[in-house]
Design a protein around this ligand. Sequence first.
Ligand code: HMG
Length: 384
Amino acid sequence: MDIGIDKIGFYVPKDYIDIVELAKARNVDPDKFTIGIGQDKQAVPQPYQDAVTMAASSADSILTSEDKKDIGLLIVGTESSVDESKSSAAFLMDLLELPEDIRAFEIKQACYGATAGLQSAYDFVSLNPDKKALVIATDIARYGIKTPGEVTQGAGSVAMIISKDPRVLKLDHKSVYMTRNVGDFWRPTFSKTAFARGKFSNQVYVDFFQTLWQKFQNKYSMTADDFSTMLFHIPYTKMGTKALRTLEETVSDTKYAELTKHYQESIKFSREVGNLYTGSLYLGLLSYLVYGAQPNEQLLLFSYGSGAVGELYSAKVQPDFEQVVDKSALQKMLTNRQKLSISNYEKMYQIEYQDGTIVDPITVDTKFYLSEIKENERLYKKSK
Ligand code: HMG
């Protein structure tokens, strides 16, 4: 039975900052941020947006009432959870008007969460072929103002429906994975911003990719010639380039040129959005589906979550993917955003809603929003 991604949707907040303006405000040569890091814009969420509201938005963009009847599993992958106990998935039941006979929960393992969700969804559909699974990646990547990680922030969500006979991407069930206890990046429960050993995290990322690529080739007797495209977790777009470069001496010039061209197509969205943490690999997939993918193309996907878990797996683009992926809607979402000045971004960054906050709906310009914090419980609403 063929199983994989049947639909894929994306949500990005409406506000962004310009990376050249950020560089100037930080007294950094803009080329460092646009070339050295490889970013152009960075998505900035409003204070009434969080992992839950963004997840609702990305899922809402693809779910039909027919899908809602068939979904038996809902997994939210996030490291920006709003509650230490209740999962984001539980909040989504009301916002998305889902029926009760669903197994719903949240998964956390840094940027690996969505891939863990996807692989669990694969198993679920294998056992329940008439059911579908909804997997949502949703995060706000934050390192803090004037930190080295600031240029690699971002926010947004990717939602995927996993089913049999998928129309977007068939998972091949060829996968290698590994876990090591590594201190490259972490966020203690008291902190809204992450801590990172930045350069060390880059080394661990590349080491995981190289180790897994070797394992994959050994396990399946395959080489780079079996793939036309490699997609990477993209915390910032230069990161995937660093991993790809490790192949340069091992593959033909033609293959390296092909992989590089396709990688460039896969990072167009990320350059405009920044790090989605667990959604980043899937934002790269979406970008590639919009700008480069061909029917029946064989892809290799590298998922990496600090801490650290890595997984390398293969998948096949489906013949009719273009009928399911709404390219112009995705492009429009990115072009219809508004630029925030760096000083307004800094002001917004400091806003933190406390218990007792009631958000005035007149000030909200998103479909789903945090409406109130009452007795320390977060309450959400859908705009009329
Ligand atoms: P930094 O100290 O600002 O960077 O930190 P740098 O000084 O190393 O410079 C970066 C690059 O810009 C270098 O290129 C410079 O040469 C270049 P590279 O050697 O890397 O190829 N450069 C210039 N280029 C053109 N013109 C110039 C110029 N000046 C310098 N004038 C760092 C960068 C990414 C480390 C920092 O932003 C950071 O700590 N980010 C957060 C951590 C991170 O994103 N790590 C990625 C791997 S871990 C991961 O992917 C997991 C993660 O997503 C979390 C999760 O799993 O949940 C993060």
